[in-house]
Design a binder for this molecule. Structure first.
Ligand SMILES: [Zn+2]
Length: 459
């Protein structure tokens, strides 16, 4: 006879074992997860958001003792990781060993963060280096390899299109918003409208970036800019040009600078601000003008069939809750809205918006698994319970190949894990899980942007 205490202990052990089977690590070890992950890996992805600068202007470029190039400090320094850790600064032309002796402990307090993890995954998969256990010799060798890889932009093509298996990548060119130029064959042009809302005066745009200014654009096209009506004509012409040059959607990052509450301001109030310098305007007058333009942009988004990607959530946390957009969304039923980052940290709120407005609103989970893998899992779990599986997209949101690879891989893992858990629980058939994985990684973007079908190039 088994003593009662032993029996209870055994029972508890069994219970823990079965609960443990559903834990994250265990899910990734299941055959269901492995099958779903393989299927998701095989999907040539449509990545709806990244920031890959022209190759000769990559923001990670450093002056090294071997010349200008990319190195280990570039990869970490131009990732999201510095938001959770301090990287030892790279001094121009310094030797790697001199940097490394101070830098080697920089990651110790951030090993569990997702901002660390996505780059750790990239270094492991692309270079075979486990950053959790990296030795001095491996770090030095990795630095050399990264520099060598970036001698030729073939490396970026290889990483993006083969390693990350991305077929087309939307590029948000915040460095030249109104240039509408492509630097990579796999790139899809995005029309970033962020700088337009402050078009009340030419002095808002400095000489350092002529591709931000609607005034420069107006001058180039011989259009007057003396009134709000003139401004609206320039806006329309910009949309025409964007569409002509192949842009497929709009993007706003205004949530980094101001509230997401946009009022439907009458034209007279916008006219009160137009033609005046910022220093002579009140914050209310500036907001009036910005709000007025933002509503016109929503209307032009519908007119030119350019769906509108809007940054919501993390960045500037004050007033960036996507719920602040609901009045605007309800009043612009012909505009296709795409809520970025799943509204992190308001992923539940974002799901609730879709529950009511899924016929003209989409969620882009771009950046979310790298912000918090667990929040990403929670979000995919909830969203798939709240809306048709056609409404969710994804993106990388990075400025170098390693970042794009790492965030893509983390996203594929996150989606596969959620789907495997739903299948394990008996809430979803595995065949249906495969379909959903393909929809998020690819098909949903192709349905929303059907013109991309002409540009598909992978078999
Ligand atoms: Zn971005």
């Amino acid at each position: 006879m088994i003593p009662r205490t032993l029996f209870i202990a055994a029972l508890c052990g069994m219970l823990f074992a079965s609960a443990g089977r559903l834990s994250a690590q265990a899910t990734r070890q299941t055959e269901i997860y492995k099958r779903i992950k393989l299927k998701i890996d095989a999907v040539p992805a449509i990545d709806t958001h990244d920031h890959l600068w022209p190759f000769d202007r990559l923001p990670g470029l450093r002056e090294t003792s071997r010349g200008k190039g990319m190195n280990v400090a570039s990869i970490w320094g131009n990732s999201y990781w510095p938001q959770v850790g301090r990287l030892t600064p790279w001094q121009p032309k310094m030797e790697f060993d001199d940097w490394w002796k101070d830098a080697k402990d920089d990651w110790d307090n951030s090993r569990a963060t997702s901002f660390y993890r996505y780059t750790q995954i990239a270094l492991k998969d692309l270079y075979g280096v486990d950053w959790d256990r990296v030795t001095d010799e491996q770090a030095r060798e990795l630095d050399r390899k990264i520099f060598d890889n970036y001698r030729d932009q073939k490396w970026l093509h290889h990483v993006v299109t083969e390693k990350a298996n991305i077929e087309l990548m939307f590029n948000d060119p915040y460095w030249a918003r109104l240039a509408f130029e492509k630097s990579y064959p796999f790139e899809v042009i995005v029309f970033n409208i962020t700088s337009l809302v402050r078009g009340f005066h030419a002095s808002e745009y400095g000489p350092e970036n002529p591709f931000d200014s609607p005034y420069e654009f107006a001058t180039k096209h011989g259009l007057p800019m003396n009134s709000v009506d003139d401004f609206l004509k320039v806006l329309d012409r910009l949309f025409l040009e964007a569409k002509d040059k192949g842009a497929v959607c709009l993007k706003s990052t205004l949530a980094y600078q101001r509230t997401l509450e946009f009022d439907n301001v009458p034209k007279e109030r916008a006219e009160a601000a137009f033609g005046k310098r910022r220093t002579t305007l009140t914050p209310e007058q500036i907001k009036d003008f910005e709000d007025f333009v933002f509503w016109r942009v929503c209307e032009l988004s519908a007119k030119y069939e350019l769906p509108f990607q809007i940054h919501t959530g993390h960045g500037r946390i004050q007033s960036s809750n996507p719920l602040l957009l609901v009045d605007l969304i309800e009043a612009n039923l012909k505009t296709k809205f795409i809520l970025f980052h799943g509204g992190y940290p308001w992923v539940g709120e974002t799901g609730a918006i879709l529950l009511r407005h899924w016929n003209h609103v989409w969620i882009d989970s771009v950046w979310l698994p790298s912000l918090s893998y667990s929040m990403g899992k929670r979000a995919y779990h909830e969203w798939l319970e709240q809306m048709p599986s056609t409404r969710i997209m994804w993106g990388g949101d990075c400025n170098h190949g390693e970042g794009i690879y790492g965030s893509t891989e983390l996203t594929r893992m996150c989606i596969a894990e959620v789907l495997a858990e739903k299948v394990e629980r008996g809430d979803l058939l595995e065949d249906h899980a495969h379909r959903i994985g393909r929809q998020i990684m690819r098909d949903n973007a192709l349905e929303l942007f059907p013109q991309l079908k002409e540009r598909l190039w992978k078999k």
